[in-house]
Write a protein that binds this ligand. Structure first.
Ligand SMILES: *[C@@H]1O[C@H](CO)[C@@H](O)[C@H](O)[C@H]1NC(C)=O
Ligand SMILES: *[C@@H]1O[C@H](CO)[C@@H](O)[C@H](O)[C@H]1NC(C)=O
Ligand SMILES: *[C@@H]1O[C@H](CO)[C@@H](O)[C@H](O)[C@H]1NC(C)=O
Ligand SMILES: *[C@@H]1O[C@H](CO)[C@@H](O)[C@H](O)[C@H]1NC(C)=O
Ligand SMILES: *[C@@H]1O[C@H](CO)[C@@H](O)[C@H](O)[C@H]1NC(C)=O
Ligand SMILES: *[C@@H]1O[C@H](CO)[C@@H](O)[C@H](O)[C@H]1NC(C)=O
Length: 593
């Protein structure tokens, strides 16, 4: 069936709420298995459209030219695997475990690949994309992009938390934690360097002006990004909780400090005009799908309608949604659509990439935010209209006044029904412009809605699956957003002035299953605790390594310990001792004694 034809017929007969809902039911029932299959086709080593990709490598799209997307982006891959991990851990698809194992293996390799952004220890984790054979991409690009490590940490922490509930802590501690910790340390020390932002395309400051016909449509946006800050906050927050759960409490306290700082910084994006300024670069309004994606990718139903973490049902996120959506009335295909009905939406109204078009994933994200909001209102049995969110609600239900409406009131029913219909109407737009084979490219044109830019965009398929899940009431696992408060004083620096990054490197041969830890005289080194001692990474075996942020100009004693089958072996006396410098970093090169 051609969805566009079905949809056109329905619009001729003046779509009723029920008609639209059943259109969307039918579309999603048919499209979600297609989306799942096409998503998996883009993952190596055996995906049918990803030949040449190593195991666990997600290609952005099979498109090799105009545009060439046959690369693996850290951001796209992490978002795709966040979806896969949630499908598996929520029991929606238990066939995905080997894909997840492959992803873990691939990311462990990719992290260590030296690239134009640096090595693993000098900024290389911020590299946005790699070749699909896991080698570095060395062409010019907008780099670094600092959301990637945070999103990868978020996906892997979701996986780790699930495995802890399955009593698989040895895999979490031995395999996942060293990967996660590298990303968290990167986020912790770089969140404040707010560089390139969310989207791969507008980030490319093409140095190659001879490619103007294609590349001058791309913009460089070199500024802070709401999405990046928000996903960094989530990573640090749930990273601290995971570190605590596996006994790495010294590291946890550093992440918690930086999580508080990022949460503070996050508040600065809200503006007095009643929306979130996604980024400030490139002479833009800042109205950007970046903010909608933030809301759905940091959704935590346990946090209710909290506005400081921009939860989907928060007044700020709803007010922002309406401002963002209405910015796309400039598209021809949106002409004549009523104010309370969904539009085709894109990245940002000033976009000119491929002519500046709506994207499938951004239109679906609007629907998903609204479905997420419905989940929470139903769960808490009430809905609140504030002065901030009133414009959003009056657009759907004229005359609605500020107040809290319990689920027993007719206002609650009216508003919830209107929001559900509004959400469905965005999916109906996607249905209308999805070709008959169900393939989702990156964009559909602003003039007539035909698919354009990269074909089979993996992220488009992930977006369809998560929107579908939210519509069915699937609640992602909580990441710890509930009960947070913004610190009274916001420390905007990255803590580098307050701490010194100390690398502990110790040569130690071990037997299989035996691990090396460090413990010492300060809080950050676990106060001589053996239980909470910090696990070193064996990635450079026989050198075991860890980098820890320690207080400056401080005399510190420490020792390495071994743990094997629950038994602890200390190094021989005396304690090792050194004094941290007043700033910068410091390397300790030791051998087990
Ligand atoms: C833990 O999870 C890993 C990764 O999927 C798996 O290889 C391993 O067999 C699991 N171990 C146990 C004890 O379940
Ligand atoms: C720039 O683009 C042109 C046209 O595509 C290409 O021939 C040339 O090799 C490119 N130069 C660099 C340095 O990438
Ligand atoms: C991005 O902005 C920062 C801060 O203003 C500046 O240091 C950096 O050079 C800029 N990068 C580019 C590529 O323009
Ligand atoms: C980052 O930290 C420096 C101080 O280290 C501060 O001057 C700057 O304003 C911070 N940037 C942001 C975006 O918070
Ligand atoms: C270390 O000791 C200090 C002071 O006694 C305490 O506040 C802190 O929680 C301890 N840290 C750890 C990791 O046990
Ligand atoms: C450890 O080795 C590095 C070079 O590998 C050196 O720069 C550093 O000074 C050494 N640290 C100490 C404390 O000797």
């Amino acid at each position: 069936m051609r969805w566009s034809i079905l949809s056109a017929l329905l619009s001729i007969v003046a779509v009723s709420v029920r008609g639209q809902s059943s259109t969307v039911d039918a579309f999603l029932a048919a499209e979600s298995p297609i989306a799942k299959a096409n998503l998996l086709a883009n993952i190596g080593p055996s995906g049918s459209k990803s030949q040449g990709a190593k195991a666990g490598i997600v290609i952005a799209s099979p498109s090799k030219s105009n545009p060439d997307y046959l690369y693996t982006w850290t951001r796209d891959s992490a978002l795709v695997f966040q979806t896969i991990i949630e499908q598996y851990t929520l029991g929606l698809d238990t066939s995905l475990r080997s894909q997840i194992d492959n992803f873990v293996t691939s990311q462990k390799i990719i992290q260590q690949v030296s690239n134009p952004s640096g090595t693993v220890s000098s900024g290389g984790l911020g590299e946005p994309k790699f070749n699909i054979d896991e080698t570095a991409f060395t062409g010019s690009w907008g780099r670094p992009q600092r959301d990637g490590p945070a999103l990868r940490a978020n996906a892997l922490i979701t996986w780790a938390n699930f495995l802890l509930t399955q009593s698989n802590s040895s895999y979490v501690t031995g395999t996942l934690w060293p990967i996660i910790k590298l990303d968290l340390d990167y986020v912790s020390s770089n969140w404040n360097q707010t560089g390139y932002i969310l989207f791969k395309n507008n980030l490319v400051f093409s140095v190659n002006h001879s490619r103007k016909p294609r590349f001058d449509l791309w913009e460089e946006v070199n500024s802070s990004s709401f999405f990046t800050t928000a996903v960094q906050h989530r990573a640090l927050r749930q990273g601290a909780a995971l570190a605590t759960a596996i006994g790495q409490t010294g590291v946890a306290s550093g992440y918690t400090t930086q999580a508080a700082n990022t949460l503070c910084f996050l508040q600065s994006y809200w503006n007095s005009a009643g929306y979130t300024t996604a980024n400030t670069g490139g002479g833009r309004s800042g109205k950007d799908a970046n903010t909608i994606l933030t809301s759905i990718h940091t959704f935590d139903a346990a946090a209710g309608c909290d506005s400081i973490t921009f939860q989907p049902c928060s007044d700020r996120a709803l007010a922002n949604l309406l401002v963002y959506v209405n910015a796309f009335r400039i598209y021809t295909i949106n002409n004549g659509i009523a104010a309370n009905q969904g539009l085709a939406t894109g990245r940002y109204p000033e976009d000119s990439y491929f002519g500046g078009n709506p994207w499938y994933l951004t239109t679906l994200a609007v629907a998903e935010q609204l479905y997420d909001a419905l989940i929470v209102w139903k769960q808490q049995g009430s809905l609140t209209v504030t002065a901030v969110s009133q414009p959003f609600f009056t657009n759907l239900s004229p005359g609605v006044t500020i107040g809290t409406y319990s689920s027993s009131t007719s206002t609650f029913t009216t508003l919830v029904t209107a929001v559900k219909d509004y959400a469905d109407s965005f999916v109906a737009v996607v249905a209308k412009y999805t070709p008959s084979n169900g393939a989702l490219s990156e964009q559909y044109t602003r003039s007539n809605g035909s698919p354009t830019s990269a074909s089979d965009l993996t992220w488009s398929y992930a977006a369809l699956l998560t929107a579908f899940g939210a519509r069915n009431g699937v609640v992602p696992i909580s990441w710890g957003a509930s009960g947070l408060t913004v610190p009274a004083t916001c420390q905007r620096n990255n803590g580098a002035g307050g701490t010194v990054a100390v690398s502990f490197n110790v040569q130690a041969t071990t037997v299989w299953g035996e691990n090396i830890y460090v413990t010492g005289s300060v809080n950050e080194l676990a106060n001589w605790s053996t239980d909470n001692a910090l696990l070193l990474s064996a990635d450079s075996y026989p050198t075991w390594k860890i980098t820890v942020n320690l207080p400056p100009s401080t005399s510190i004693q420490y020792k390495y310990i071994r743990k094997f089958n629950g038994a602890v072996t200390w190094e021989s006396d005396p304690n090792r001792q050194f004094t941290t410098p007043s700033s910068g970093s410091y390397n300790l090169n030791d051998s087990w004694k």
